[in-house]
Ligand binder design. Structure first.
Ligand SMILES: Cc1ncc(COP(=O)(O)O)c(C=O)c1O
Length: 392
């Protein structure tokens, strides 16, 4: 039995096969749509691939991508560490079996009571990027280790994360010195190159910036010891083939060697999509097909409010499949089931679907294991949150 099979056998069979489903129905959950089919085995295998491509770097799965308890348990059993951003995520990771020492708290501007709670639960490594947060952390989590998040361009990614968080190299140096003055451990630097990052070279500029921060801080007699390389590893979405995980690993290793030489700090990554994206398929049914002035609109029973929020601005383009429906295909607008006009998945760039597609046909949305179920509304317009069906 392989490592993956073993982990999946232990976790999937020991847990309920689906989250509680709020909808009264006589159909089995596995036949109902919409649903997320989540392959825990695929996620564990992506974790193992990353761990071997980034040998020596700790892999902290970003719980925000998909916090399903069966998934967290399987990853923890396989040796994965976790990236958390709130007390609920800390508790989820601990419940999955991870020790608090395997957690990094990566929310740069957090509630004081949340920081205190995370610290009380044993978390010691915290990310921040502003002076007020250094003082807040020193109060809420005395003696904690600080990673300062530096800004990146986000270029090369489908979902940039460059606006909300991240400071300059100069500010990072000042924040680490502040942290030391306030009795915190100035542990190092963190960054994120943007989600669904397609360019392995994107890690180069922030690694070089981090090395400048380390150099400047060392000149003050402080020895930072860890570099958090963030997430961003891509799933197999539309938009062209993505480089392999070993290409990402090789590029990152080369940039680290270049920037730090022999004086390389400990490293960690925080992948979300790269672990769970390809492990999930949202299974939907066609609700109706409408001709609007010569434009075909296909309505399916999952949409922006039912887990597919990342289609906003058509930033994330999932791979679509309509099993068993053939014939000529043509351009279609793809829309969700609620009455909100924002509930349109792809319109500016329509999708190509068979012209014979009709009510009741199944449409499968691949590489949707990340940022889907957890992005569902609690029931907008009477449409229930997207349920998960765990498969091995
Ligand atoms: C701080 C941080 N770390 C890790 C991640 C996971 O990123 P990804 O899913 O692109 O790997 C995110 C995503 O928003 C993040 O904000």
């Amino acid at each position: 039995m392989s490592v993956i099979d073993e982990v999946v056998a232990r976790t999937v069979t020991a847990a309920p096969r689906a989250e509680p489903d709020v909808r009264p129905s006589r159909e089995p959950a596995t036949a109902r749509t919409p649903r997320l089919e989540l392959s825990v085995g695929t996620a564990v295998s992506r974790y193992l691939d990353l761990a071997s491509a980034l040998h020596g770097t700790a892999i902290h799965y970003a719980v925000k991508a998909n916090p399903h308890p069966v998934l967290l348990r399987a990853l923890a059993q396989a040796g994965c560490h976790f990236d958390v951003a709130s007390p609920a995520e800390v508790r989820a990771a601990l419940a999955a079996g991870a020790p608090a020492s395997h957690l990094v708290h990566s929310n740069p501007v957090a509630r004081r009571d949340h920081l205190r709670e995370a610290h009380d639960l044993g978390v010691r490594l915290f990310v921040l990027d502003s002076p007020g947060e250094v003082a807040k952390l020193a109060d809420a989590a005395p003696g904690a280790c600080v990673l300062v998040r530096i800004v990146t361009s986000g270029s090369g990614s489908d979902w940039p994360l460059s606006r909300k968080y991240g400071c300059s190299v100069e500010d990072a140096v000042a924040l680490l010195l502040d942290a030391a003055r306030l009795g915190l451990d100035p542990a190092g630097v963190s960054f994120h190159v943007g989600s669904q990052q397609r360019d392995p070279q994107a890690w180069g500029p922030p690694i070089r910036s981090a090395a400048r921060v380390f150099g400047a801080v060392r000149a003050h007699g402080i020895r930072p010891w860890v570099l958090d390389l963030g997430g961003g590893f891509p799933a197999e979405l539309e938009g062209g083939e993505v480089p392999s995980v070993s290409q990402f690993g090789a590029a990152i290793e080369a940039h680290l060697a270049d920037a730090f030489g022999e004086d390389r700090p400990r490293t960690l990554v925080e992948p979300g999509r790269g672990i769970v994206g390809d492990a999930g398929t949202v299974v939907t049914s066609v609700v109706g097909v409408v001709d609007r002035g010569g434009v075909r609109w296909v309505f399916v029973d999952a949409g922006v409010f039912t887990g597919l929020v990342e289609t906003l601005d058509e930033a994330i383009r999932y791979r679509l499949e309509v099993p068993g429906v053939g014939g000529t295909s043509g351009p279609c607008v793809l829309a969700g089931p609620t009455c909100d006009s924002a509930d349109v998945l792809y319109e500016t760039t329509p999708v190509s679907l068979p012209l014979s597609l009709a009510e009741g046909d199944e449409l499968r949305i691949h590489a949707a294991g990340a940022y889907s179920t957890c992005y569902s509304t609690v029931g907008f317009n009477g449409f229930a949150p997207l349920p998960t069906v765990v498969t091995s």
